[in-house]
Design a protein around this ligand. Sequence first.
Ligand code: FAD
Ligand code: NAD
Length: 455
Amino acid sequence: MNHSDLIIIGAGPGGYETAVAAAHRGLSVTIFEGANVGGTCLNAGCIPTKCLVRNAEVVEQFKDSEKFGIDNFTFELDFNKVMSRKDEVVATLRAGVEQLLASAKVNVVKERASFTGPHTVKAGETEYEADNIILATGSVSKALPIPGADLPFVMDSTAMLSIDHIPESLTVVGGGVIGMEFASVFHALGSKVTVVEYMKQILPPFDADIAKRLKQSLSKQGIEIITGAAVKEISQAEDYEIVTRYECKGKEGEVRSSDLLMAVGRAPYWEGLNLEAAGFRELPAKGRPIPVDDYMRTEVPHIFAIGDVNGRMMLAHVATFQGLRALNAITGKEDTIDFGIVPSAVFTHPECGMVGLTEQQCKDRELPVKKGTSFFRANGKALAMAEPEGICKLLFHKETGLLLGAHIMGAEAADLAQQCADLMSRKTTQAELEDIIFSHPTISEVILSAAHSAS
Ligand code: FAD
Ligand code: NAD
């Protein structure tokens, strides 16, 4: 039987990054992948969506050309080329991951794996054995349990990433991260977009101020956003239009469109792993996360579950760092990873970024807070870039001065949130932040201005 120190099932950003890190620590590693290395993130998530986001930005710049003194500029968009560019980027990065795994001498088995015993898995006709096993099998799109959700024209994000046309009109069911990114992209590419979101605000986990401003900004651009509306049924009219019926504040409404994206969350995926054979006594229900402790250890002590499959926080960088934590536990290495400081971003136009606690979370925890706000319209670089729309809100602990949270909408918001994550991980106070020299003119100066204004 093939023996390795470590078996990893799933080669997404959780699995492949952990495999390489484990190999660098001297472990022999076998990783199984039933589809493409890179997982959802590289093949049907982070990377292809951000290629489309970049296309949308370029198109918006072209549409705005007069603002930059370029008159009578015309252009034609070739959507096939847009999609080919995306596919090329994905293929290049996928080759990079293959190369990374090969140079680290990780044994890559391109087959689905399932347990035959607590230390053994089978892929094809071959059995493999390891001392420790990490599950990194990711997640799949959820569908609403409503009539019409299974009709063939209902797309999830993966299907939408292979679409061969720009929809004339697009209904987006779910105003979460995926829904808002696709809404922003396809609006820029020319679709008439309507978002129907169940909660009172789009992007429910984001700070309410940021979600509200993003809604205002996207509505001003022409995206229709209906919040507090539960989608109840999807059907097709005689003229082939897709009809999405919803209930909002006790009243029924409908949206008609040529295409529909359902983006109502993702479910942890562990089907076919045969967890019973591995010794799991309590199996989660289908689509529910595999429970883990803070070291990502499952109920079977030598089996760990990282990334989307444990449902803690479905982000690529979280999957990677959970993998490192599991590896630290396996190799007995001291661990200083702080999962309380995880930056996240939404690549709409304008972009949003956040890290740490929202204002509501501070209230719920009864934390005394000093709030500082700055606006992109007062930032020289933002105006020079013709990106005046945006806000940076920083929350400091009133007594200790520690930075508790940063919430940003505007150009480069994702990178600004990353900068704030750095400050938070160094336990920076308001006073210390105000002593840092910021280069001028930079968008980063919105952070300094927000700190100056906090009281
Ligand atoms: P995955 O990346 O899902 O990888 C799991 C892998 O396991 C898959 O390749 C699968 O084929 C394989 N597998 C499953 N079962 C088996 C088996 N039995 N045997 C062998 N292989 C198996 N996150 C961000 O941080 N930033 C973003 O901008 C971002 N954008 C996104 C956009 C979209 C449209 C989507 C859908 C997601 C996005 N995400 C983003 C989320 C991110 O993609 C996931 O959080 C991340 O991919 C999770 O990584 P993972 O390693 O846990 O699982
Ligand atoms: P999500 O949980 O972010 O959003 C789903 C939305 O659907 C929610 O706002 C929910 O209220 C809404 N909804 C549920 N039922 C509804 C109904 N009946 N009618 C209308 N709306 C309804 O999930 P997602 O957008 O599918 O994204 C899945 C995961 O992928 C997220 O956890 C996210 O972290 C990850 N992701 C991250 C990024 C990024 O980091 N930029 C990008 C895309 C996806």
